[in-house]
Design a protein around this ligand. Structure first.
Ligand code: FES
Ligand code: FES
Length: 160
């Protein structure tokens, strides 16, 4: 079946089994290797992408459901002020260890920043409850997001 969508603002077509997972299609047909596949069961959040502005675990999202929709992955936000702030915040707070969970967490944070949601600890626990990290114990991630939001609000970084 032919399926069309916009991937990171570019019109794309794929002819495939409609029930394949979006994560599989993005990684293997469109080289979006920043969409990680951990559990493949919708539990860990490593495969998070934004579809029409909503965070989705793409490993359990049949590609057919993406028909005509706008998909954003990490590689589609690299030029934004939101991402640049997150990058600096994570770097300053040492939020990244192995980095496997990072793309999914960045996507969730990007969405929070876009919607101007101030990342209090309660908010972060709620918004990141679907993103598992085996390495950090979360404190450095929370700190990184808080710093990033500060940088973002103070326009301390710029995006394209
Ligand atoms: S790989 Fe999709 S939620 Fe874990
Ligand atoms: S940094 Fe390794 S899983 Fe989060």
């Amino acid at each position: 079946m032919k399926i069309n969508f916009f991937l990171n603002h570019i019109f794309c077509t794929v002819d495939t089994d409609p029930l394949r997972s979006l994560a599989d299609v993005l990684r293997n047909d469109f080289n979006q290797t920043d969409v990680k596949q951990g559990c493949k069961e919708g539990e860990c959040g490593a495969c998070a992408v934004l579809i029409e502005g909503v965070t989705v675990h793409s490993c359990i999202y049949p590609v057919v459901m993406a028909q005509d929709k706008k998909i954003l992955t990490l590689s589609g936000i690299l030029d934004t002020a939101e991402y640049q702030a997150i990058k600096k915040g994570f770097s300053d707070a040492g939020s990244v260890q192995c980095g496997f969970c990072t793309p999914g967490i960045v996507i969730v944070c990007y969405d929070m920043f876009k919607r101007n949601i101030k990342p209090s600890r309660d908010m972060l626990m709620e918004h990141l409850s679907g993103n598992l990290c085996r390495c950090t114990g979360y404190n450095s991630i929370f700190k990184g997001v808080e710093l990033a939001f500060e940088y973002y609000k103070k326009n301390m970084v710029s995006g394209g």
